[in-house]
Design a protein around this ligand. Structure first.
Ligand code: UFG
Length: 346
């Protein structure tokens, strides 16, 4: 019988790509999402790629009663992948309670539901934000956790602790937190991808929206950092590689291969890329120049970070396979497809 996976936030960016990989690996997928930052039409994209329309419930998991009644009805989840969360760093600074209330209540409801309905496995969507600006690069999972630079980042740190404590207290719950570096790109079909609401905060959607003419120019936030070209460095990884890591984490939990009942993995390509290098990648794959200019630094940005992914390589058997150019090209293909065929459909 197929393992049944509950994917919260499954119509979102990383959730939808993970749903595709899970279905293609033979899992049964149920998505819950409140559609506050995603479109229902994403289900059509998933169906067009996989031939399967995932089961779907519109729900905010902060509503414990609704969540519990759904878990009671379905009865048969083997694992949960928890993506659903607010994710804007600047918004979290302005509205911290919105972030603490939503991101932490939803997780606590899920963990309580897992205990009540004996769902044994959780994979949690964490972030490299927990490392702040590390002193030593690349960062391993043992690198020190720094005080969070934003309420959003703090919800990720606190959430990891809540899961770790819940695993200790439970006789059967096991968990894995995946610390993503900077996910970019889209499915190779261009049928699903990132859908930022309004003006994007993140670099790659801003680049592709500038490339297609929705934004007049990309502002490069600072070229006076202590890096080879002066612009900040991140570890950008293809969202499909990231999605595959979730399938491997689920597999590890379901087949009892963990070293400990709660584990943490860094997920990146293990290489730092600067903002100017990302612009060059876009220009290479799109064959067009990108209008950009240098601006002041963006408050709260760190200078450089990239991952040591050896733990994920050896223990999960995962490795990022796609290059930066592949990822940027897929984001560009998605931007063009979305504007032509999907924008305004729902
Ligand atoms: N950048 C620009 N111009 C833009 C947008 C971004 O120059 O218009 C630069 C930023 O200054 C930064 C780099 O591109 O140097 C990457 O910025 P992103 O906003 O794409 O990503 P961040 O590294 O700031 O943020 C990511 C995740 C967050 C997470 C954070 C942790 O998106 O969820 O890492 O550091 F919290």
């Amino acid at each position: 019988m197929k393992h049944h996976i509950l994917v919260t936030g499954g119509t979102g960016y990383i959730g939808s790509h993970t749903a595709v990989e899970l279905i293609e690996e033979g899992f049964r997928v149920t998505i819950i999402d409140d559609l506050s930052n995603s479109e229902i039409g994403v289900l059509e994209g998933i169906e067009a790629i996989t031939g399967v329309r995932p089961e779907f419930e519109k729900m905010n998991i902060c509503d414990q009663e609704k969540l519990f009644s759904m878990l009671r009805e379905k009865q048969d989840f083997d694992a949960i992948i928890h993506f659903a969360a607010h994710k804007s760093v600047p918004e979290s600074v302005q509205q911290p309670l919105k972030y603490y209330r939503n991101n932490l209540t939803s997780l606590m409801n899920l963990l309580a539901g897992m205990e009540k309905h004996r769902i044994p496995c959780i994979v949690f969507s964490s972030s490299c934000t927990v490392y702040g600006q590390p002193d030593v690069l690349p960062v391993t999972e043992k690198s020190p956790i720094q005080p969070a630079a934003s309420p959003y980042g703090n919800t990720k740190r606190i959430a990891e602790e809540i899961i770790s404590d819940s695993v200790v207290a439970s006789s059967f719950i096991k968990g894995i937190s995946l610390r993503y570096f900077n996910p970019i790109g889209a499915h190779q079909s261009a049928l699903i991808g990132e859908l930022p609401l309004g003006v994007p905060d993140n670099l790659v959607p801003y680049i592709t929206q500038t490339g297609i003419g929705i934004r007049p120019l990309l502002r490069v936030f600072g070229n006076d950092y202590n890096t080879p070209d002066g612009t900040p460095i991140r570890d950008y990884l293809h969202v499909v590689d990231l999605a595959r890591a979730h399938v491997m984490a689920i597999d590890r939990l379901l087949n009892d291969r963990q070293k400990k009942r709660y584990e943490v993995f860094n997920l990146g390509i293990g290489k730092g890329v600067s903002v100017l290098e990302m612009i060059q990648s876009f220009e290479r794959v799109s064959g067009q120049k990108l209008n950009h200019e240098i601006h002041d630094r963006r408050p709260g940005d760190i200078e450089k970070i990239w991952a040591d992914t050896s733990y994920a390589n050896t223990e999960l058997g995962w490795r990022a396979e796609r290059s930066i150019d592949d990822a940027v090209l897929s984001a560009w293909n998605w931007e063009q497809y979305y504007r032509k065929h999907i924008s305004g459909r729902s």
